[in-house]
Design a protein around this ligand. Structure first.
Ligand code: CUA
Length: 173
């Protein structure tokens, strides 16, 4: 069977493209150690009782070590707690682990400019870590339609220099 050389060329380029895509995914999951949010712990929770859960009943920032803080945050119609009524303040250049869930319906958690983007599903705890490189303010937006006031569901994160981070607002362990 005769295959035209242009056809051979395009078959070759297509195979190269597919190999490239597979290579990028493998590179991401191995060398860059990317993870799907929530897979790491995969902890589940009953959404009807999550508001009285030991940790989620006191959402906020907890200190794990000088270089590691964790945030328990609830996404609910139509606020992020913390984040909406009060900005969430976090130290720069510090490992921050978020634990998030929702008691009502599915919400989104996106922090434009930070690379953070998660879908918050009732019954699932999404866990992901980041490091904000510099002191800066970020917005939080909900990117899943969650009801009549979805478009108003937003919040704010203030990243401050570690020396200015006020530890008096931390939630005790
Ligand atoms: Cu919450 Cu849209």
């Amino acid at each position: 069977m005769h295959v035209h050389r242009f056809e051979k060329l395009w078959i070759g380029l297509s195979l190269l493209l597919i190999a490239g895509f597979i290579g990028i995914v493998l590179f991401g999951f191995t060398v860059m150690d990317l993870k799907v949010p929530g897979i790491e712990e995969g902890r589940q929770v009953d959404p009807t009782t999550v508001l009285s859960d030991e940790e989620f009943s006191r959402p906020g920032v907890r200190k794990i070590s000088d270089d590691h803080y964790e945030v328990y945050m609830i996404a609910q119609q139509f606020i992020f707690r913390p984040g909406s009524t009060q900005p969430l303040t976090l130290p720069a250049n510090t490992r921050i682990t978020f634990h998030m869930t929702a008691p009502d319906v599915m919400h989104g958690f996106e922090v434009p400019g930070s690379g953070l983007n998660a879908t918050i599903i009732p019954g699932q705890i999404a866990t992901f870590s980041t490091r904000f490189p510099e002191a800066k303010s970020y917005g939080i937006i909900c990117h899943q339609y969650c009801g009549a006031a979805h478009h108003n569901m937003q919040g704010k994160i203030n990243v401050v220099p570690p020396s200015e981070f006020d530890e008096s607002n931390l939630i005790s362990q």
